[in-house]
Write a protein that binds this ligand. Structure first.
Ligand code: ADP
Length: 605
């Protein structure tokens, strides 16, 4: 599918090729051809020809002891060995032969010039070029820049966009709308030029990993039917300062030749990070970035080269890169919502055979928070499971199981829990589910299982959100914390002891409580002051504290207080429903996996 444009070969290749051809020609073909034309004859035949006066030119070659001669017309060359013959000169003179010293040389004056003059020069130049190149490579790219011969060996590929169209990218309607304008421009640039509208030179696609940024870029190229240059930011950064910059130059040169076209730079943060002038900064990266900035300024708008770049760390980009005139449009490519997830599942499900019972909406609801790439993976895992079980089509159960595989890993078949451990896990999970169900605002439980998974989870409670949630109230967040503490609360209530099984719950509850206090303004004392800022929005959402040490102490105190309060609430709910807790835990212990419906039936019985 790929049309690969080979990188330009250095000049040395051509020298070598010319040299080889010349050598073959000179040393092998020409002498061979000449040799072929000379007929060796006996001395008697030579005498005969002199007598017949059928001799043109004669060359007496004393050194090799031979006579080379031609016939009258000069059309054939003969050779004969010399014999002691005192009358030779007279005989030749009588036959009217012309004495000559260069029958063979005369055949190819060009050849002799080539051999004696041009060939040595060519060889010298070639060797010189080769050596200097070798030396420069050793000395590093910087030198080669100084000598002006630096050219990156950038492999710039012109890819066909693999026929990807907007319809292949499900959901992401806002992003598609924004990019449709670019497609329209590439189809019909005149329309824009007429009005004097400048289409953006660069478009930055930002969003979490696996949301289809690369796919969208390909789709733009596919829709517009133009070449698609693709390079990853990290491919620019080389060991030697200056190499990356020359790659950027090459890329843009090639792009301009192929315009209109799309240049796609993936993970642009690898070269586009803020130049903060810190000691030990990366010179190569900065040079590459500078070159990119220069190139982007260098070409005029409306010349048909559109640069798309993708990143999941937009906040780390250099402001010079994101200013108008460079990447002046930012297209967010977010995690898909419920409808988006369903559509993505449907797009990928086209490739597999499905049972009629499959309910995509249900699967989409279960896979809340999954990216497009994860959804594609879920479909594939389901198909693999169907094959493993010798079925010809994928069922709902396959899909549900594969969500769990993607979330929690495979079932651990040989993990053997002791009876007591299994009981603890059953109570732990029912604790979560019961607390969730008893708080009106918590999402209903979809499934509870105590089958160990390869991720290390000994069991889990899968909650499912009904519909989309964009906002969460303080109460909902508090309930969520209570649900997270529910597992431990049940263990305490029933076994009067704590286990290590709650570590993940504790982590999540703490994170949530901390965000409520430091970022969502949901504490008594701090009002609407941000104590933390998110530094990595799309990659896990790391935060950095921005407050005094005293405030930090106070924050810690409040976090503990908040979690403690919810923990107590959870304990209270469980204590009030102790009989149901026992009943449900026993049932789960027996069955190992129960659905939300079974759970609710027992709860409401
Ligand atoms: P990114 O560049 O955002 O990290 P990609 O574009 O490389 O993500 O997407 C990875 C894979 O995920 C794609 O090959 C595709 O199979 C799947 N995918 C992601 N988003 C979508 C979407 N919106 N529609 C269909 N498939 C998607």
């Amino acid at each position: 599918m790929q049309e690969v444009k080979k990188p330009k070969k250095p000049l040395i290749y051509y020298y070598v090729i010319v040299l080889v051809v010349l050598m073959i020609f000179n040393f092998l073909l020409m002498p061979w051809a000449a040799e072929q034309r000379i007929t060796e004859v006996g001395y008697d035949r030579f005498i005969e020809m002199t007598e017949e006066k059928d001799i043109g030119q004669v060359e007496i070659n004393q050194e090799d002891n031979e006579i080379v001669f031609t016939d009258k017309e000069g059309s054939a060359i003969y050779k004969t060995g010399m014999v002691e013959d005192p009358d030779l000169t007279q005989r030749l003179y009588d036959s009217g032969a012309k004495f000559s010293g260069q029958i063979l040389e005369q055949m190819s004056p060009i050849l002799s010039i080539l051999l004696s003059w041009i060939l040595p020069v060519v060889i010298f130049i070639a060797i010189g070029q080769y050596m200097s190149r070798k030396l420069m490579k050793k000395a590093g790219g910087q030198n080669s820049m100084i000598f002006g011969t630096g050219r990156s060996n950038a492999k710039v590929y012109v890819k066909s966009s693999e026929g990807i169209k907007f319809t292949d990218v499900a959901g992401e309607d806002e992003a598609k709308e924004s990019l449709a304008e670019i497609v329209d421009y590439l189809h019909n640039p005149g329309k824009y030029r007429e009005v004097g509208a400048a289409v953006p030179k660069g478009i930055l696609l930002v969003g979490p990993p696996g949301t289809g940024k690369t796919m969208l870029a390909k789709a733009v190229a596919g829709e517009a039917n133009v070449p698609f240059f693709s390079m990853s930011g990290s491919e620019f950064v080389e060991m030697f300062v200056g190499m990356g910059a020359s790659k950027v130059r090459d890329l843009f040169k090639q792009a301009k030749e192929k315009a209109p076209c799309i240049v796609f730079i993936d993970e642009i943060d690898a070269i586009g990070q803020k130049r903060d002038g810190r000691a030990g900064g990366n010179d190569e990266r900065e040079q590459t970035l500078n070159q990119l900035l220069t190139e982007m300024d260098g070409f005029e708008t409306n010349n048909g080269v559109i640069i798309l770049a993708a990143t999941n760390r937009p906040e780390s980009l250099d402001p010079a890169l994101t200013r108008p005139g460079r990447f002046d449009r930012r297209v967010p490519v977010e995690l898909p919502d419920l409808k988006g997830r369903e559509e993505i599942l449907k797009v990928h499900a086209k490739k597999v055979k499905l049972d009629e019972s499959v309910d995509f909406a249900g699967i989409a609801r279960m896979a809340s928070g999954a990216s497009g790439a994860e959804l594609a993976n879920i479909i594939n895992e389901a198909a693999l499971r169907a094959v493993r079980e010798n079925r010809r089509f994928v069922t709902q159960a396959d899909l549900e199981e594969s969500i769990e595989v993607v979330i929690a890993g495979y079932q651990k078949k040989n993990a053997i829990l002791t009876d007591q451990e299994k009981k603890v896990v059953a109570y732990h999970e029912i604790g979560h589910a019961l607390v969730a169900a008893k708080q009106s605002n918590s999402a209903p439980v979809q499934k509870i299982t105590i089958v160990p998974r390869t991720s290390g989870a000994l069991g889990y409670t899968m909650q499912v959100e009904e519909g989309n949630h964009y906002l969460m109230s303080q109460e909902e967040l508090e309930n969520k914390i209570a649900t997270l503490t529910g597992g431990r609360a049940a263990e305490e209530l029933v076994f009067n002891s704590a286990s290590t099984g709650a570590s993940n719950d504790i982590e999540q509850a703490t994170k949530l409580a901390r965000s409520m206090i430091t970022r969502y303004g949901m504490s008594r004392d701090f009002d609407m002051v941000a104590m933390e800022t998110v530094t990595n929005q799309y990659l896990g959402g790391d935060t950095s504290l921005s407050c005094s040490a005293e405030t930090q102490t106070e924050i810690d105190r409040q976090v503990v207080e908040l979690v403690k309060k919810q923990h107590e609430k959870a304990s209270k709910i469980l204590a009030e429903n102790r009989t149901k807790l026992d009943e449900l835990a026993d049932y789960l212990y027996e069955k190992e996996t129960i659905t939300g419906e079974e759970f609710m039936q027992i709860l409401n019985a």
